[in-house]
Design a protein around this ligand. Structure first.
Ligand code: CUA
Length: 321
């Protein structure tokens, strides 16, 4: 019996761990929300015990009629006064967390635009915008502002380990901010149904030491490295021949497309398309089985590319560090 219960609860408990969990906070905002959750949970448990205790008392212990005054007292006290006080306190506490979540931040401003089904990311820098996709990197220990927009339908931006979620609405600019306190790689997820591949609209929230972040950002601002000799150079030719540059930009090359993610430093990202491991196999899988990985996505599956060329293209992508 006990073993069955443990087995049955294992998936539930496993869902609370790891890099996409509100219960493993790695930021000031997530910690505040997690405290709020635990207090509400504890309150709910106490309330459940009280209600069931009262029920047990009147059905098993005191099986007599109650005086009218008592009954009215319980209804007014337990049904009106008590919930009004508890809910008011919770509401005030919840509202008091809002200003921090919307605070403008210390320095960095990141623009994130939801697309079907990926994330277009711009970092504001003195030298201009640094463009990336499918991952949001933030410096440790300071508050960064995140400006949220959408191009097509409503999406919602959420890195559970770092903070709350905010909707991304076409024609509207929403702002939030995050203050990470633990370096690491966390998982973000679109949390507003946005079409066929909503569940696959994932990304990474990467928290870096401030100095490492500064170096990374400077590197991202630079144009792409030319491909190494051999297969990677062949991959660059395949990229051009297949017309990939119509949708994707690789700064420093003729590829200037704006429809899909900027690929200038795609090899340096944590994952491919927010889902697959960032290695040549991951790139090959994505390019060949696009529609399998993210059903309905606008990029066609390039399954007609011969496997040699596909491997070369994947090597080229991986080399875009
Ligand atoms: Cu984007 Cu759900």
């Amino acid at each position: 019996m006990r073993r069955a219960a443990a087995l049955a609860s294992a998936p539930l408990v496993a869902g609370c761990e790891g890099r996409q969990s509100v219960l493993a906070p790695a930021g000031v905002d997530a910690a505040a929300l997690s405290t709020l959750f635990w207090v509400m949970l504890a309150g709910a448990v106490v309330l459940w015990l009280l209600i069931n205790g009262a029920f047990f008392y009147v059905t098993r212990v005191r099986q007599r009629a109650m005086s009218r005054a008592w009954a009215e007292g319980i209804i007014l006290g337990g049904g009106v006064v008590f919930p009004a006080v508890v809910l008011s306190v919770l509401l005030l506490w919840g509202l008091s967390l809002m200003p921090d979540i919307r605070a403008p931040g210390d320095a960095l401003r990141v623009h994130v635009q939801g697309e079907q089904w990926w994330w277009r990311v711009h970092y504001e820098t003195p030298g201009g915008a640094v463009v990336a996709a499918n991952e949001v990197r933030l410096p440790l220990g300071s508050r960064s502002e995140i400006v949220l927009t959408a191009d097509d339908v409503i999406h919602s931006f959420w890195i559970p380990a770092l903070g709350g979620k905010t909707d991304m609405i076409p024609g509207r600019i929403n702002r939030m901010s995050l203050h990470p306190t633990e370096p690491g790689i966390y998982r973000g997820q679109c949390t507003e149904f946005c079409g066929e591949s909503h569940a696959q609209m994932a990304f990474e929230g990467v928290v870096m030491e401030p100095e490492a972040f500064r170096l990374w950002l400077a590197r991202q601002a630079e144009p792409a490295l030319p491909p190494a000799d051999g297969p990677a150079r062949r991959g660059a030719e395949v990229f051009q021949a297949e017309g990939c540059g119509a949708c994707h930009a690789i700064r420093g090359t003729p590829a200037r497309g704006r429809v899909g993610p900027d690929l200038t430093h795609v090899g340096s990202r944590v994952s491919v398309a927010g889902l697959l491991p960032n290695d040549p196999e991951g790139f090959a899988r994505w390019i060949r089985d696009t529609d399998d990985v993210k059903p309905g996505v606008r990029m066609p599956s390039y399954d007609h590319v011969p496997s040699d060329d596909l491997a070369a293209l994947a090597l080229y992508m991986e080399g875009l560090q």
